[in-house]
Design a protein around this ligand. Structure first.
Ligand code: MSP
Length: 692
């Protein structure tokens, strides 16, 4: 059996900013690798970004930037988000990396040479958000994607097909002979029933998508993004290219994926590999989704947990612990900040944090900072027995932790460590060392109690280190122990093992202070209301269907008479984004409003008016128009120059600060503060086009 461990995360789409869902899978991989390394297993952890496809093309277009610039920016945002929380991956693969492109073409050619690819014609419907062709019942209507609720694209074009239909038996045999190939069992059953129902050949190239890897020998076609993306798991090890040389050492590995992309990993990917004659992965481990407000957190629904808010209030260890403890891997979990604060306070501050500080403080106060050694000969029979129970509880936690962790049951693994913490805590409270310390005759008992608590804590810290790397290192240092707790296998540390003579505890600092729940919640509520939504501005009007569109200036006059629209962006003036609708109007009423597509040519601040921007806007007219907009607190001039916007073009001109404004910008009004988010287009639309 090979003694290496290779784990992958999905590679993430670069069409919007990272959110908690992405961080979750990556944190799980990071924690697993830390766990394996701590136990001496050579491990490799791959993550990265999925950068090709129609959706990325569109996102870049919507921002009006070259695609490469767009993908570079978002890939960096993912890297930053992961770095912030201390994720240490071994390699970051990007599907635009030349070695990957080479490997993908090599895989294609191999499968083609082995007779599994043919050319045909595809007629059907495609969702650019799922990157998947969809079955549609009523072909005559204009169908939408059931997952994203977006219109599907009608595709009728020449395409290469993969003979997936021929792989049914081999796949079923794989699932049968390797029951652990897809875990958990419920997901395996889903896949088995899907494949048993019969498989259709899969269209694996597109002529209408340009942003992709060319099909070898037929560059008018680009390779289907999922074929391209899935191959990352081997190209990044050096398969099919000469960039790296890690394939033999690490493949096969385990793939961590959310249930949203189960079929791609459990059906298509092994099918491609079987067709190519390459070994399939060792397993596909499927987790549930973080929900927010009961719905899957996703960029298309606009209900993601904003990492900037999360990171502002919680340390990486708090977030790591919470997501691992709160969500049973494989099941969905609802994310709430309240639950996060409660967990931090009960398990971290009152749990391990409190145990560490009370134990260390007593070592300092009663033993001048030199922890007493554990000895077997405790005279007091009751104390001896209780000390023995603590030891058993710690040994039990160690065994349970490893077993559950191996099964990816992080929540249960942590529970078993916390059972030991609770046992040590109880042992301290029951024996009241602060009383023993007052009676010199009871010094041996005091030594026994503190030695047991110190020893138990030392072992527990090693156990929790993969999940709480920063706190573990910190407490380890305070315990006066040497080395890196993440490099010490808990199994190698036996109870009462003699410590070096010169152990002296370090300076004591609370590992986890208690969080003030009400204060944090009220701050978070405010920030969320004003939160910057995926600010890459990738077609905001398309991405955020839940947001109410409201004209920037109109919000002012409707809510409160204000001297000038500059106050549109102030909290008092702008309306909260309530779903209460304005009175019904007729189509004729609406027709009176002339809405036009425009581009911002120039933007500058207006002196002494900190809310106003003066814009020069191209509406397809002979001359650019000047428009004043109350958005200066939310947009800088630099970031909006070049933006496609929507303008109310027939609004009577008005003067603001002595400057004439000839129209109004459309924007969604977000949260209580009425934060404006400019409406824009995902497709290229000429200036002057009318909206109706
Ligand atoms: N690019 C594809 C994957 C290609 S892998 C060869 C893709 N990208 S994605 O950006 O949409 O990421 C999907 C993955 O992100 C999920 O499978 C899951 O790992 C993670 N998550 C995204 N949203 C999530 C939640 N709400 N909850 C938990 N994980 C989530 O699909």
């Amino acid at each position: 059996m090979k003694q290496t461990f290779y784990v992958t995360t999905p590679i993430y789409y670069v069409n919007a900013r990272p959110h908690l869902g992405h961080v979750y899978t990556t944190l799980v991989a990071d924690t697993l690798v830390r766990f394996k390394r701590q136990r001496g297993v050579g491990s490799f952890f791959l993550t990265g970004t999925d950068e090709h496809g129609i959706n990325i093309e569109r996102a870049a277009e919507a921002r009006g930037v070259p695609i490469k610039q767009h993908v570079d920016l978002i890939a960096q945002q993912f890297k930053d988000a992961f770095a912030h929380i201390g994720i240490e991956y071994g390699r970051w693969v990007r599907t635009t990396d030349p070695y990957h492109e080479q490997g993908v073409q090599r895989l294609w050619s191999l499968i083609q040479d082995r007779g599994y690819i043919y050319k045909g014609e595809y007629h059907g419907w495609f969702c650019g958000w799922c990157n998947e062709f969809k079955e549609v019942e009523d072909d005559s209507s204009e169908p939408s994607c059931p997952v994203h609720d977006k219109p599907l694209d009608r595709i009728a074009e020449e395409s290469y097909f993969f003979k997936l239909s021929e792989m049914q038996d081999r796949l079923l045999e794989l699932y049968r002979s390797r029951p652990g190939f897809i875990q958990p069992e419920t997901r395996r059953n889903e896949v088995v029933s899907f494949v048993s129902g019969g498989l259709k050949d899969l269209s694996i190239s597109r002529v209408s998508v340009k942003w992709g890897i060319p099909v070898p020998g037929d560059p008018a076609h680009t390779i289907y993004v999922w074929f391209d993306a899935l191959a990352n798991y081997i190209t990044a090890l050096g398969w099919g290219n000469s960039q790296f040389n890690d394939f033999d050492r690490y493949w096969p590995g385990i793939h961590l994926v959310g249930k949203d992309i189960l079929r791609f990993h459990a059906v298509y990917w092994p099918a491609f590999l079987l067709a190519a004659g390459v070994e399939v992965p060792s397993s596909v481990r499927v987790h549930g989704m973080w929900l927010s407000g009961g719905r899957k957190m996703s960029k298309t629904l606009g209900n993601t947990i904003d990492l900037s808010v999360l990171y502002r209030h919680f340390t990486p260890d708090m977030i790591r612990y919470f997501v691992l403890r709160e969500m049973a891997f494989g099941h969905d979990g609802d994310f709430t900040y309240e639950a996060l604060i409660d967990r931090v306070n009960s398990d971290l501050a009152d749990g391990i944090g409190n145990l560490a500080s009370r134990t260390l403080t007593m070592v300092r106060n009663y033993f001048d900072g030199v922890p007493p050694a554990v000895t077997g000969d405790i005279a007091d029979a009751r104390l001896k027995e209780e000390g023995g129970q603590v030891r058993v509880a710690v040994d039990h936690a160690k065994a349970g932790f490893d077993q559950e962790f191996e099964g990816l049951n992080f929540s249960r693994a942590l529970e078993s460590a916390w059972a030991a913490i609770a046992r040590i805590d109880k042992f301290i409270s029951d024996n009241q060392p602060w009383k023993l310390a007052k009676d010199p005759a009871r010094r041996p008992e005091l030594e026994a109690v503190i030695a047991t608590a110190y020893e138990g804590l030392r072992q527990v810290v090693l156990l929790v280190a993969p999940a709480l790397p920063n706190a573990a290192r910190e407490i380890w240092r305070q315990l006066g122990c040497s080395g890196d707790p993440l490099a010490i296998d808990p199994a190698s540390v036996s109870w009462g093992q003699a410590r070096e003579h010169d152990v002296k505890i370090g300076q004591i600092t609370g590992a986890f202070p208690k969080l003030p729940k009400d204060k944090i919640m009220s701050e978070i509520e405010k920030e969320r209301a004003a939160a910057t939504e995926p600010a890459v501005q990738e077609g905001l009007s398309q991405q955020k269907p839940a947001r109410e569109a409201a004209p920037v200036q109109e919000a002012v006059s409707e809510q409160k008479p204000a001297p000038e629209p500059a106050s549109a962006a102030t909290p008092e003036a702008a309306g909260a984004a309530t779903p209460t609708l304005a009175p019904t109007i007729t189509i004729d009423d609406f027709a009176k409003v002339d809405l036009r597509v425009a581009t911002i040519l120039a933007a500058e601040r207006v002196p002494k008016a900190d809310k106003l921007l003066k814009l020069q806007v191209d509406l397809g007219e002979a001359q650019p128009r000047q428009i004043l907009a109350g958005i200066a607190q939310y947009y800088t001039p630099e970031e909006i120059i070049g933006r496609k916007i929507i303008v109310v073009a027939n609004l009577a001109p008005r003067k603001l600060r002595g400057l004439e404004s000839n129209g109004m910008l459309l924007a969604a009004s977000i949260g209580e503060e009425g934060k404006p988010v400019l409406a824009t287009f995902a497709e290229d639309v000429p200036n002057g086009a009318r909206l109706k």
